[in-house]
Write a protein that binds this ligand. Structure first.
Ligand SMILES: Nc1ncnc2c1ncn2[C@@H]1O[C@H](COP(=O)(O)OP(=O)(O)OP(=O)(O)O)[C@@H](O)[C@H]1O
Length: 241
């Protein structure tokens, strides 16, 4: 088993008066894709936001490469090499695709070779380079959102439901792009409801319910066990492509 790049140890998160995470324990191995699954409202988004410091853990610890990052602010966490692709994508719709990409680069002008590689991963970025991001389709916006997150090499990228509301053909190309990203050094934590994508990409899986991790193991083992899926998530994933 590769060493963990990220660990959560008994993490509790409160949002205002609401106690949302109830002691999340999670270990993400370095390299590959760690899936985070669970019903709506299980706490997946809250977990990603807590890792990024967008919500503060009220108890427990988040460690990145063994270092406690729980009390760092979000820009400091980002500078450690962690990127976040939120569910609402976080792109600037009034700006062009080019401006969105340039603004995402924190270390000066984007590297030309890397930009070419990203445009090969997501061809619409190249096609619509000078267009306003607001005019892109939902799938293209999602691609821009992931592209921005990887404009500079990242050790870890957290992606929240990148296929939400997308057509099957777009989901397929997003899956292909993330597969290529997976071949690089980047470790990916992926929240996803689309089982075809989870099965195609996931190496490990953690299942959440009610603010806790209720199962952790290999994605392939969960994919092969319909009874376990039913018990953990109340549905057989095969039926939820
Ligand atoms: N800003 C907020 N204020 C109050 N409660 C919130 C807030 N954000 C999330 N919650 C609650 O926290 C719980 C977990 O939500 P979260 O978005 O983390 O779940 P999720 O597993 O990502 O679900 P989904 O798939 O629906 O996004 C839910 O009960 C939700 O209503």
């Amino acid at each position: 088993m590769p060493e963990a790049i990220l660990t959560l140890d008994g993490v509790h998160t409160h949002i205002g008066p609401y106690h949302i995470l109830h002691g999340v324990d999670l270990s993400v191995p370095e390299g590959g894709v760690a899936m985070l699954l669970g019903r709506n409202g299980a706490g997946k988004t809250t977990t990603l936001r807590t890792i990024m410091g967008l919500w503060k853990a009220s108890r427990g610890a988040v460690r990145f490469r063994g270092k406690d990052i729980t009390s760092l602010d979000t820009p400091a966490i980002s500078r450690k090499g962690i990127a976040f692709v939120p569910e609402d994508m976080g792109i600037f719709t009034d700006l062009t695709v080019a401006e969105n990409m340039t603004l995402a680069a924190t270390r000066g002008a984007p590297d030309k070779r890397r930009l070419d590689w990203i445009c090969d991963l997501f061809p619409p970025i190249r096609t619509f380079w000078e267009s306003s991001a607001g005019t892109l389709s939902g799938g293209q916006k999602q691609m821009l959102s992931v592209a921005r997150a990887i404009i500079e090499p990242r050790d870890l990228i957290l992606i929240d439901e990148p296929t939400k509301g997308l057509a099957p053909a777009i989901i397929k190309s997003m899956t292909g792009a993330l597969k290529q990203l997976k071949e690089t050094e980047t470790t990916i934590v992926l929240v996803e409801q689309n089982f075809a994508m989870a099965r195609a990409l996931g190496d490990t899986v953690a299942v959440m319910d009610d603010g806790r991790i209720i199962h952790a193991g290999d994605m392939a083992a969960l994919a092969a066990d319909a009874a376990l899926q039913e018990r953990l998530m109340g549905l057989s994933l095969e039926a939820h492509q």
